[in-house]
Design a protein around this ligand. Structure first.
Ligand code: KIV
Ligand code: ZN
Length: 528
């Protein structure tokens, strides 16, 4: 079970830290060099409810999959439409290194549609479980076998290489499956696929079927595992261990219902645990993102290998470990699959993460103000918000501005803002200035205008608002905003004072900036 020794594989192997027990427990794969990736993103993947790809999209994806290094690409289902056939032709014209194939029911007209596209490889299927034969096909096992064999013969007569699938194999009678598969093998099928159509088998069951079928078959065995019970990848690997050599997969695991075995998970496991090199692993990230973007099919944040959180770390303990050695909390380095690590600053972050991030961003932040920065971060992130780099810088600056505002002569006791459609915004503030409490109400063109006017009025009518700026630090409605307020005090030689604040709430942050500007004005009066 030694990993392949190609130069590339050796480099990637150094990025791994999987469990040493795997090597002791897993069976070796004598046919390691024959393992093939059969990608069906453009066929089963596209059948996922909610996905509809244009012809151009499919060609783009086909080229990316080819570049990734898959062996066989199921690029569509020729008989399904004229557009599908045109697309298959375009993919053929694009000239891929991998073999391009089309799905086909076990009917001659479907085979004709594949021939019409100029393909050399066809994947014919027919259901073999009692359930499907009785309720869907309404055919006897004998009729099913006759149809399977005659279709394979017809495709072979037209020069096509044939893969034959027993649909619902994992719920089919083993004796019947052996019988039909031996017959299609004799008819010229060059591989037999055993689909777990409804994702109902367990790894040991898959291994059993594959080893039973290999007793009667000489051609390579393929598996097509659905993920209804979360075992698609495990079943595929178990099938490989038992002797199967073709893994049907889709990028990001898309496909009917809960999808298929994910290409990236199968490929990484084959490499990490069996030493089998299939696709070009560092290209996985870019292909996965392309498929996500083009299909518009959102990937779960916690999707293994390529999900947004697959290499994201937030909690203090984990970030501390990662800073010492990334493998402490990662199974392998993200560059092995072309994705990036993210240190997320959020509710669970510790000082180590924040300091590490600031250093990485080249932001000099005084150690003595770290406690204030940590509490500012926690209060913003408490609702689960992730703080990105730009926001972290803004919060750090906000803490420093606050520190610079030495005076606390004006203290905001309370503020209530009333606003709405066709309602004049009104703000009522209570402020204590040098020990004296004052309550003032003001109206404005909006809640911020009303609040700032009320504050100025309560503190000192000689203070006027000269400038007000509000900026979202990043995109998104939950972005942190940065507010800058400039006030003028006519009683203080018309001096201008600036206050800044960062926060999540536009009105609150503007109020904080206003209070900072006012207190700055006070501190200047005192120091002059
Ligand atoms: O899931 C399935 O059984 C299929 C076959 C058509 C191979 O997609
Ligand atoms: Zn399927």
């Amino acid at each position: 079970m030694e990993p392949q020794t190609s130069e590339n594989a050796s480099k990637l192997k150094e990025m791994l830290a999987v469990s040493p027990y795997n090597q002791l427990a897993l069976k070796s794969i004598p046919h390691a060099d024959k393992i093939q990736i059969f990608d069906t993103t453009l066929r089963d993947g596209e059948q996922a409810p909610g996905i509809a790809l244009s012809s151009d999209d499919k060609v783009r994806i086909a080229l990316a999959l080819d570049d990734l290094g898959i062996d066989i690409m199921e690029a569509g289902f020729a008989a399904s439409s004229d557009i599908e056939r045109d697309t298959l032709k375009k993919i053929m014209d694009a000239g891929t290194n991998c073999t391009v194939c089309s799905l086909s029911r076990s009917v001659k007209s479907d085979v004709d549609a594949v021939i019409d596209c100029g393909l050399d490889y066809i994947h014919t299927f027919i259901a073999t479980s009692d359930l499907h034969m009785k309720y869907k096909l309404k055919m006897t096992p004998e009729q099913v076998k006759e149809r399977a064999v005659s279709t394979v013969e017809y495709a072979r007569e037209h020069g096509l290489e044939v893969m034959f699938s027993c649909e619902d194999a994992t719920r089919s009678d083993l004796g019947f499956m052996k019988d039909i598969c031996v017959a299609v093998q004799e008819a010229g099928a060059s591989s037999i696929n055993l689909p777990d159509t409804v994702g109902v088998i367990v790894p040991q069951g898959m291994a059993y079927i594959v080893s039973e079928m290999s007793k009667v078959l000489d051609v390579p065995i393929s598996m097509h595992c659905h993920n209804d019970m979360g075992l698609a990848v495990a079943n595929t690997l178990a099938g490989v261990e038992a002797g199967a050599s073709i893994c049907q997969v889709t990028v990001n695991g898309i496909g009917e219902r809960t999808g298929n075995a994910a290409l990236e998970e199968v490929a990484v496991n084959l490499f990490a645990n069996y030493g089998v090199e299939t696709v070009d692993l560092p290209k996985i990230g870019q292909v996965s993102r392309l498929i996500e973007r083009i299909t518009g099919f959102p990937m779960a944040f916690n999707k293994p290998i390529v999900g947004r959180n697959a290499f994201a770390h937030e909690s203090g303990i984990h970030v501390h470990g990662i800073m010492g050695n990334t493998l402490t909390y990662e199974p392998f380095k993200p560059e092995m699959v072309g994705v990036e690590r993210h240190i997320v600053i959020g509710k669970h972050s510790g000082e180590h993460s924040v300091r590490g991030r600031l250093d990485a961003l080249n932001v000099k932040f005084p150690e003595e103000h770290m406690p204030e920065l940590m509490s500012a971060i926690k209060s913003i992130a408490i609702g689960g918000k992730e703080i990105d780099d730009a926001e972290l810088i803004a919060i750090a600056e906000g803490v420093l501005w606050k520190k610079e505002t030495k005076s606390n002569a004006a203290v905001l006791n309370s503020i209530a803002v009333f606003t709405g459609k066709d309602i004049t915004s009104t703000a009522t503030v209570t402020i204590t200035v040098d020990g004296e409490k004052k309550t003032v109400a003001e109206t404005g063109v909006g809640p911020v205008d009303a609040a700032l006017k009320a504050i100025a009025e309560a503190v000192n009518p000689a203070i006027t608002l000269e400038e007000y700026k509000l900026a979202a630090v990043t995109g998104g409605s939950d972005s942190i905003c940065e507010s800058t307020v400039m006030v003028k005090n006519v009683q203080n030689d018309g001096n201008l004072s600036v206050g800044k604040a960062v926060g999540l709430d536009v009105v609150q942050t503007s109020i904080e900036a206003m209070m900072a500007a006012i207190n700055r004005d006070f501190s200047r009066q005192k120091s002059e």
